[in-house]
Write a protein that binds this ligand. Structure first.
Ligand code: S3P
Length: 177
């Protein structure tokens, strides 16, 4: 991994890859503040993500997401858990890469499906007749965006959150973070 001067850590990756669970533990271990871009969006909109999608559509959600990333990315000593589609907008990727060490969490489609369960809170999966096929399709179309945004990739399949946090911390030490 390249050595870069960064002040915060951003977790990117598909739904169900453990960004929130890992992010909270990572923040605790580093003494950083944990923030979640979806929570920031919900706070600003005054409604849950599911309702934003229902009432205003995905485009409106993406625009709120851009505002949230612009606010959160430059803050020092934060661990930012981002929504799975954040890196689809180049402005978000640029801001995150410039201000944070960007860690891409991955998992197999089957494990993702198990973790997201019924997915009522995940509007992009909730309507799918075959959720596993939908996950595969979205992962395929997004892989290049995650790859382009990431400084570091860590797989979370069949691993406890603490083991993932340990791997991230080791990588941070190696990079002189
Ligand atoms: C989305 C992922 C969700 C949330 C929204 C859209 C996506 O966040 O931002 O439902 O496009 O993949 P999580 O990755 O935290 O579930």
């Amino acid at each position: 991994m390249e050595s870069i001067e960064t002040r915060s850590i951003a977790l990117i990756g598909f739904m169900g890859t453990g960004k929130t669970t890992v992010g909270k533990r990572l923040a605790r271990r580093l003494g950083y503040t944990f923030v979640d871009s979806d929570s920031e969006i919900e706070r600003r909109a005054g409604m849950p993500v599911r309702e934003i999608f229902q009432e205003q559509g995905e485009e409106a959600f993406r625009s709120l997401e851009k505002e949230a990333v612009a606010t959160l990315a430059p803050q020092p000593h934060h661990v930012i858990s981002t929504g799975g589609g954040t890196i689809l907008q180049a402005e978000n990727t640029d801001l995150l890469k410039a201000n944070c060490l960007v860690v891409w969490l991955t998992a197999t489609p089957g494990v993702i499906l198990k973790r997201v369960g019924k997915a009522e809170t995940r509007p992009l999966l909730a309507q799918a007749r075959d959720p596993l096929a939908r996950i595969r399709q979205l992962l395929d179309s997004r892989a290049r965006y995650y790859e382009a945004a990431a400084h570091l990739q860590v797989d979370t399949t069949d691993r406890r959150p603490e083991a993932v946090v340990d791997e991230i911390l080791k990588a941070l030490q190696r990079s002189g973070f």
